[in-house]
Design a protein around this ligand. Structure first.
Ligand SMILES: [Zn+2]
Length: 422
């Protein structure tokens, strides 16, 4: 920033300002940190004592500039949620109780539960109902400091209903502050009309759904649930390769319940991320590291399902794979939208360090969406998506289990949420 330039947002005296440098390591903590933004972008970051002279001009505050005194607070990038099933009809709390009583996944499915029950409810819901659900969820996420949220389709499983979910995401993105990044997941499970001919469903995804999604510009990524009971490696490759031809970068639900070679497939196709990976093997880790595929780990889903086998985060990190975290927010396997619960789970069960868990919710999650250096970091040139936490040091974040501490959320340089205010 050169002398004489203006800023429309100033934050100063942060006890700890976490830069979370994209492409780097560590948190880049600045004590007594400060930041200037203009027109929605960060233009200067450093120590309060080094603020450019322009910040001292109090008359600018009267002219509409916003100055935030962050004394005793942590200031960090707006959190990036890189794997959700954001909008769906119905809910599955009854299933959760069945599981608590010892029922297996197969027993729940036989009783009419599972993904198919959500597909039925989503198809039956009106578009206005789906929009309302989306608004409610995004408002709750914003209050948790999330400023960018990836959202998958996958509860329609017909061309009409998959397109409708993605159109709902486009409307939600346009009408509220949180950026909604849409992912086409038509290959979530085989559609109910194709139960006996899964390859014909893959034909439908490749020949009808994908072209329609691409033509309308409704998705940035194409995802597949590559797992026994969903889609085989071969079917997944076919869907993702077709997505690539339409300009949609691949993402995968991979190696969640067994090492099925999903990590290797992600590497082969140049996927932006491979997600879950609870059972990924050494070959998958090596392939992902070599290809630069980000691992998105979802320990909330493991805990919510009452399972015990968590993703090998240390093996991935020490093997050179970039690791992001997410809730996997969805009605069946993780009805949780709190990044702060996941941060603690990742510390305790994945043995990730403070820097690793907080990078995993900011710059690394941005990388899992192809947005590294754009969001998820407080560096010059990044979008001014910022969270002020009412706690004095970053170490409190995983320690205060389930507490969010979110006081102020800033999106594109504008305050969009303040705790205690409407
Ligand atoms: Zn998922």
């Amino acid at each position: 920033m050169t002398r004489g330039q203006t800023a429309d947002l100033i934050i100063r005296h942060a006890a700890e300002l976490l830069v979370c440098p994209a492409g780097g390591e560590g948190l880049g903590i600045i004590e007594d940190g400060a930041l200037l933004a203009r027109d929605g972008r960060i233009v200067w970051v450093g120590r309060t004592a080094d603020l450019p002279a322009v910040a001292a001009d109090a008359s600018a505050d009267a002219a509409g500039r916003r100055t935030i005194d962050a004394t005793g607070r942590v200031v960090m990038p707006g959190l990036v949620e890189c794997h959700t099933h954001l909008v769906f009809g119905g809910s599955r709390e009854h299933e959760f109780q069945m599981r608590a009583a010892g029922a297996s996944y197969a027993e729940i499915a036989a009783a009419g539960g599972g993904i198919m029950s959500t597909v039925r409810a989503t198809r039956a819901a009106s578009t206005e109902e789906l929009l309302h659900r989306g608004r409610t969820n995004l408002r709750a996420m914003l209050r948790l400091g999330l400023t960018t949220v990836e959202a998958k389709s996958g509860y329609g499983l017909s061309t009409e209903h998959e397109l409708r979910l993605l159109e709902v995401y486009r409307m939600l993105d346009a009408e509220q502050p949180v950026d909604v990044v849409p992912t086409f997941l038509g290959a979530h499970v085989v559609g109910p009309e194709y139960r006996d001919c899964p390859d014909a469903y893959v034909d439908l995804v490749v020949e009808e759904m994908l072209p329609a999604v691409a033509e309308r510009g409704l998705a940035r990524f194409c995802d597949v649930f590559c797992e026994q009971g969903a889609f085989t490696l071969e079917q997944s490759r076919r869907v993702l390769a077709a997505g690539l031809e339409h300009g949609l970068r691949p993402k995968l639900h991979a190696d969640q319940f067994a090492d099925g070679g999903g990590g290797e497939l992600a590497a082969e196709l140049g996927a932006v991320s491979a997600d879950h990976l609870d059972h990924i093997g050494d070959a998958g880790v090596a392939a992902m590291a070599a290809a630069g595929v980000t691992a998105v780990l979802l320990p909330g889903a493991v805990a919510f399902l009452g399972l015990h086998h968590f993703a090998p985060a240390r093996r991935l990190l020490e093997g050179g794979v970039r690791v992001a975290l997410s809730t996997d927010f969805n009605p069946g396997s993780c009805h949780c939208m709190s990044p702060f619960i996941v941060v603690t789970l990742a510390s305790s069960y994945l043995k990730m360090s403070l820097a690793e868990v907080l990078r995993a919710w900011t710059c690394e999650a941005a990388g899992a969406l192809g947005l590294a250096g754009e969001v998820g970091s407080l560096e010059e040139g990044c979008r001014a998506d910022i969270v002020v936490l009412d706690t004095y040091r970053a170490e409190r974040i995983p320690y205060d289990f389930g507490v969010d501490h979110v006081e102020t959320v800033i999106k594109d340089g504008l305050v969009v949420y303040e705790a205690g205010r409407a």
